[in-house]
Design a protein around this ligand. Sequence first.
Ligand code: AMP
Ligand code: GLY
Length: 425
Amino acid sequence: MRILVVGGGGREHALCWAISASPLCTKLYCAPGNAGIADVAECVEVGAEDIPGQVALAQRLKIDFVVIGPDAPLVAGMADAFTAAGIKVFGPSKAAAQLEGSKSFTKELCRIHDIPTAAYERFTDLAAAEAYIRKRGAPIVVKADGLAAGKGVIVAETVEQAIAAARDMLEGNRFGVSGSSIVVEEFMDGEEVSLFALSDGEHVLPLAGAQDHKRAFDNDKGPNTGGMGAYSPVPILDQATFDRAMKEIVLPTVEAMKQAGMPFKGVLFAGLMIGKSGPRLVEYNCRFGDPECQVLMMRLKSDIVPALIACADGGLKHFDLRWSDETALTVIMATKGYPDSYPKGSEIRGLDAAAKVPGVQIFHAGTRRDGDRMLANGGRVLNVTAMARTVQEARERAYRAVDLIDWPEGFCRRDIAWRAIGSQR
Ligand code: AMP
Ligand code: GLY
């Protein structure tokens, strides 16, 4: 099969790395890709959100199967465009991607089907939102309804903060149309984990759990980011909790989407809050997490390609994937300044030595090659990923590799997996 992966971050490097190992894959392309992805796939300069451009590329390259990595093109209907062009695709339709693209869509689905999540109301009018916030009190959470590049959620500690956030979104046009409707919801206490499952629209194949680290700095300080590190498996998502989340959250969602005539085909990423009363849904994403995907691909022992194809074709029912019992852990190296503004083009040295640490794989999230030099080309730049028998050892290996990378303009957190093993190394 000739396969095209859409995207150019660390998630897509991990996907390309796994797909390129499949005997089913005769030729692998990635668009736009990056300098690391170029080691396992042929990269083509077409933007990940350029729907007509990606379809034209797939036609020109005679692609048999497309794997869409990021959320924005899925929410915008890229999978539908490939389907309309007669090209098999991994990734949900625009209708099914509403699970990520519209918070109120998901909240309403949860309400109708009794799926455990925070109590909420949706508002387009500030006075009504303000009255609700005053009635519920703080802490309380205010969310832009649509996609807002991970920045549309305000966890307010006071009523005033919550009202200010609602005003910003509804009247200050803070997130454009994404914020012209907002969801105000109950604050949930607990520990967050990510659960992943494949679906062909009817059947569900559970994958595994992972835990992300969203804040930029150690001890969960600093601004929210796309994710600064992850590990899998996660102790708090034990088998019983995993099974319960599947039964109470994921399976009813897939069934509800099927009943509604928008079968979800792809990977469902459930952001869960594990509290005293068990798992509750924080949000859905309609694609692999980044950086969660990197640790999942490290642990996956089976060929991923047939499983991805089964999501598109059906037949996931008969599937079984094998996972390593070991722990995979990834440390994100980002350009200083991320997630705000940061320069591009600083040189990274020492990657070859770092890659030789046992059990280590370095995925590239934002790099560019300039002759023999490797240059940073984004906010999140490298995902230094390690596997080992224990989470301690995986962390030790990952940081040993990090320390061999010579990149003064970069930074990373030093405490990945602190919830599993504490912050001391
Ligand atoms: P979301 O984009 O919905 O995942 O929200 C971003 C982050 O805000 C989540 O990862 C949580 O850390 C936090 N968050 C969202 N909703 C809630 C909630 N109802 N209670 C507590 N924290 C929340
Ligand atoms: N790491 C969180 C996300 O991909 O949304």
